[in-house]
Design a protein around this ligand. Structure first.
Ligand code: AMP
Length: 281
């Protein structure tokens, strides 16, 4: 498995592969890989000749320095895992100075309002950070397809918008959320939870499913109230938001007008911030 740390080298290598007609899939990650990431990698391996997996903890998308410092990381384990899957994987694992050679700075983007709610509201500059790094990566990784998880649905919509705004010739492939048997969405941050906190965290998925079950029976206001009431019973859970929103523009809604809606949740569980969402119909 080839591993690149240098931007121009990976760019040249991929350019040569493109010139001989190879298709390229791209899976951007922050590492500490789990089965959610691997499902994206496997989808890319099926659809393309070469899969580039970037592993980079992007400093500009963290609005909290402690969160950045304690973000889980195990590059040796990640490389071992990827090399056991396929020799058609190329890893790009740059240093921050390599990607941010002009200094660690945020760029400005037009998100067309997609950043107004939920993560955008609670994590200032988070999406500018995400778009800054993805914009850089897309500009020298000449991918045909990029694979993003629905687990981070708002991020996925932000990147779809970025592709359109910047006219990248990359098709984004949406990949479904991979969960543990009890429903907890897989996340690198789950590594920070002990066994009992993981069990408690399944209440976020239960809340989303409650909304799905009740959406035709009671009002959205009532659903939200019941979820706030229920989750407040767990002293380890601090709910940040529970929102039902339009899938396209991500605006929170109070009445159902179309079938394209999702329920979104963010909460601290034992001090670890988790997010999840599901489609309602
Ligand atoms: P991250 O390393 O958390 O930045 O995630 C890298 C990519 O993996 C993003 O497109 C995520 O949406 C996706 N991803 C993370 N967790 C999951 C999951 N449980 N199921 C599917 N995709 C996921």
């Amino acid at each position: 498995m080839l591993i690149f740390r240098d931007t121009s080298r990976v760019q040249n290598h991929l350019h040569n592969l493109k010139n001989i007609g190879k298709t390229i899939g791209f899976v951007p990650t922050m590492g500490s890989l789990h089965d959610g990431h691997i499902s994206l990698v496997k989808q890319s391996l099926i659809q393309t000749d070469i899969t580039v997996v970037s592993i980079f903890i992007n400093p500009t998308q963290f609005n909290n320095i402690d969160d950045l410092k304690t973000y889980p990381s195990d590059i040796d384990k990640d490389l071992k895992l990827l090399s056991s899957i396929s020799d058609k994987i190329i890893v790009f694992n740059p240093d921050p100075d390599e990607l941010y050679s002009g200094g660690i700075r945020l760029e400005d983007f037009n998100f067309n309002g997609l950043d107004k709610y939920m993560e955008g509201e609670f994590r200032k500059h988070h999406f500018s950070g995400v778009a800054t790094v993805v914009n850089k990566l897309f500009s020298f990784i000449e991918a045909d397809f990029a694979y993003f998880g629905e687990k981070d649905f708002q991020q996925l919509r932000i990147i779809e918008n970025l592709i359109k705004e910047k006219k990248f010739k990359i098709k984004l492939i949406r990949c479904e959320t991979i969960r543990s048997k009890d429903g907890l969405a897989l996340s690198s941050r789950n590594n920070k939870l002990d066994f009992s906190s993981k069990k408690i965290a399944t209440n976020l998925f239960k809340a989303l499913n409650f909304a799905k079950e009740k959406i035709d029976e009671i009002s959205i206001d009532e659903i939200e109230q019941k979820i706030w009431d229920n989750l407040s019973n767990f002293k380890q859970i601090k709910l940040e938001y529970f929102v039902i929103a339009d899938e396209q523009n991500l605006k929170p809604i109070k009445t159902i007008k179309s079938s394209k809606n999702r329920a979104f949740i963010a909460a601290y569980v034992s001090g670890v911030r988790l997010i999840d969402n599901i489609k309602l119909y």
